[in-house]
Ligand binder design. Structure first.
Ligand SMILES: Cc1ncc(COP(=O)(O)O)c(C=O)c1O
Length: 387
């Protein structure tokens, strides 16, 4: 098929960053070249073994082999409700305010289809998870990139959003703990955001996929903020919390009208989540708290090791306050993050992600994902030593 046959919405999309990197990886693999992959946020750690047992058993149950109900199993929604209450002291109605998803990406990307018309704006963080841009463009929105700058602790300065954009914005995406900058959002900032959204009638899509990957400060839920329940929906993921990336399960919770609109969109797109996966996810929420604690310990260990050594080799201008990423300011003299990453692939056989792939304000940075064991990180440090 010729490129000009693509729909306009597809032409507007930049190349999906991770797909580009995947192509380079495949080419190295085909040539039999060994490399260290620190690019994609897919942990090397296995999902909890007992979750797999539950999924295995549940897969044999006839009901689970049929189309799943589109709102998700009640038992899973109740488990989510209890987990959210324990973790954030936020009370939810399992029938109106919780919606299981086929991974948080699925919900994040389908969400604007329920709200956005041509001419509306969607505000996305830059640098930010690439899915938000695609979501906005697929829904026909114009995109405004809100800069996350280190001088502002990687929080957007909402005062800088032009009035014209504020008035036409339908949705703002925010994500803390943040991928890729690793920043956390203090309560004072979240309160400002909720006020801003309420004032301008903007829906807040709060991506909390990394809520459990923290080291010092515990991340908040946006629903802890007064007034958020009317304007916000929050997204969670089993991918990061329980290393269940391939299972495809997450959830949304928040304002009942936002949740029901997302359900309406989804009913027209998918036919629910495999029941056995839902049963496994429920088990994870109810029984695997110590797995999550150990996971945090492991990532902290990796982070402390990597950061200490980055400092030693002159790449110490780096951020790693949460998540399993390290956001590194490029060494002086290297301007292009793409050039830097290409150099790492070609000369060091290390794959990182160029900052520019996360939006224009990612320029001058690269992201390393600590999704390999410490001995491999040590090898990477040895290779990086002679940059
Ligand atoms: C910030 C952020 N949100 C959402 C997702 C999607 O996660 P899921 O696997 O739940 O779709 C990712 C995945 O890397 C992410 O980094």
């Amino acid at each position: 098929m010729k490129k000009q046959d693509w729909a306009e919405r597809l032409k507007k999309l930049p190349p999906y960053l991770f797909a580009e990197i995947d192509r380079q990886k495949s080419s190295l693999k085909e040539k039999g070249v060994k490399f260290i992959d620190l690019s994609i946020g897919d942990p090397d750690i296995l999902a909890p073994a007992k979750v797999i047992d539950v999924i295995y058993k549940s897969a044999k149950v006839k009901d689970n082999q049929k189309y799943a109900l589109d709102q998700g199993k009640l038992s899973l929604r109740i488990a989510i409700k209890k987990w959210v209450k324990n973790r954030f002291a936020v009370k939810l109605d399992e029938n109106k305010e919780i919606l299981p998803l086929i991974g948080s990406k699925e919900g994040l990307v389908h969400f604007p289809l329920g709200f956005v018309n041509k001419g509306d704006y969607v505000i996305i963080p830059s640098p930010g998870y690439p899915g938000y841009r695609g979501a906005a463009l697929f829904a026909g929105a114009s995109v405004y990139e809100a800069a996350l700058l280190r001088e502002n602790n990687f929080l957007p300065d909402l005062g800088k959003v032009p009035i014209g954009v504020r008035n036409k914005a339908k949705i703002i995406y925010l994500n803390y703990p943040n991928n890729p900058t690793t920043a956390l959002a203090p309560m004072s900032f979240l309160e400002k955001v909720v006020k801003f959204c309420s004032k301008y009638g903007i829906i807040l899509a709060y991506d909390n996929a990394y809520s459990e990957i923290y080291f010092e400060d515990k991340p908040h839920s946006i629903l802890e903020v007064k007034g958020a329940r009317e304007i916000a929906v929050e997204f969670h993921s089993f991918s990061k919390t329980f290393c269940m990336t391939g299972f495809r399960i997450g959830w949304a919770h928040g304002a009942s009208e936002l949740v029901s609109t997302l359900l309406k969109v989804k009913t027209n797109i998918d036919s629910g989540i495999f029941g056995a996966i839902q049963a496994g996810a429920r088990f994870a929420l109810e029984k695997e708290q110590s797995y999550v604690k150990n996971l945090r310990k492991e990532f902290k260990n990796r982070r402390d090791f990597f950061i200490k050594n980055l400092q030693k080799i002159g790449l110490g201008n780096a951020y790693a306050d949460s998540t399993f990423y390290v956001w590194v300011k490029l060494p002086r003299g290297i301007k292009s993050s793409m050039d830097f990453v290409k150099y790492l692939i070609n000369e060091k056989r290390i794959i990182a992600t160029p900052g520019i792939g996360f939006g224009k304000y990612g320029r001058g940075y690269a992201r390393f994902a600590l999704t390999v064991k410490k001995d491999i990180l040590k090898k990477a440090i040895d290779l990086l030593e002679k940059i």
